[in-house]
Design a protein around this ligand. Structure first.
Ligand code: BEZ
Length: 224
């Protein structure tokens, strides 16, 4: 079964993009990476998504995350579509976006990465690419995957939020609770003994009492 599971290494594919030919591992370098796929060029939801992604590019860059999109049309189509995306954002209709778009004309990558949406077919009856988000760590392993059907646009603020969580929890022994936002308290991971937690989190560990008497809801202010 094609596709990528958490912990899998990103395939080191070669592809043509709006910024030239790339090898994926070289493109990622030592950075974090986000790969997000689109069903087709010149489609309304995708245009709004790429517009938003372009506006948020400085935020991803601040977090050392390299962005790359994928859609199943040609580089020429992508470049022409970029003008529409920039115009949608109220900017000059230029061919350039702050990140490349991969041309996956034969859907080879979409198949390899498990991105096809069987419910959304093109005029020839071929499945379109679903809206996938893959976040890779600096070790090139898959840290997060989100899969939306073609008909539901993603929330790029949420994608930034999960990047913040992934980067925090990659380096600290914490997990982020429901609806967490940067700056909120976080949870101490269940595997960390209380004594070690006290040493590791000098700002304090606060436990919420529960009917079970089990002290597993352990909060600490977000560590630096
Ligand atoms: C869109 O991007 O608007 C779209 C693409 C494929 C199916 C449905 C919507």
């Amino acid at each position: 079964m094609p596709g990528l599971l958490l912990g899998d290494e990103a395939p080191n594919f070669e592809a043509d993009t709006t910024q030239g030919r790339i090898r994926f591992h070289d493109f990622l370098g030592d950075s974090w990476g986000i790969l997000f796929s689109h069903p087709r060029d010149f489609t309304p939801v995708c245009t709004t998504e790429l517009g938003r992604a372009a506006k948020l590019a400085p935020e991803f860059s601040k977090r050392n995350v390299k962005m790359i999109a994928l859609s199943i049309d040609s580089v020429q189509d992508h470049l022409s579509w970029c003008k529409d995306i920039n115009a949608y954002n109220g900017e000059q209709p230029a061919e350039k976006l702050p990140f490349p778009i991969i041309a996956d004309k034969n859907r080879e990558l979409a198949v390899k990465l498990g991105m096809l949406d069987p419910d959304e077919l093109d005029k020839e009856g071929m499945p379109l690419t679903a809206r996938v988000v893959f976040v890779f760590g600096p070790d090139k392993k898959l840290k997060l995957s989100i899969l939306y059907p073609a008909t539901t646009g993603r929330n790029f603020d949420e994608i930034l939020r999960v990047v913040d969580s992934l980067q925090l929890t990659a380096y600290k022994k914490v997990a982020t609770p429901v609806d967490w936002k940067p700056g909120d308290s976080v949870m101490v991971v269940p595997t960390l003994p209380d004594e070690e937690a006290k040493k590791l989190f000098p700002k304090g560990v606060f436990t919420k009492e529960l009917p079970s008497g089990k002290k597993y809801l352990r909060y600490t202010p977000q560590p630096e």
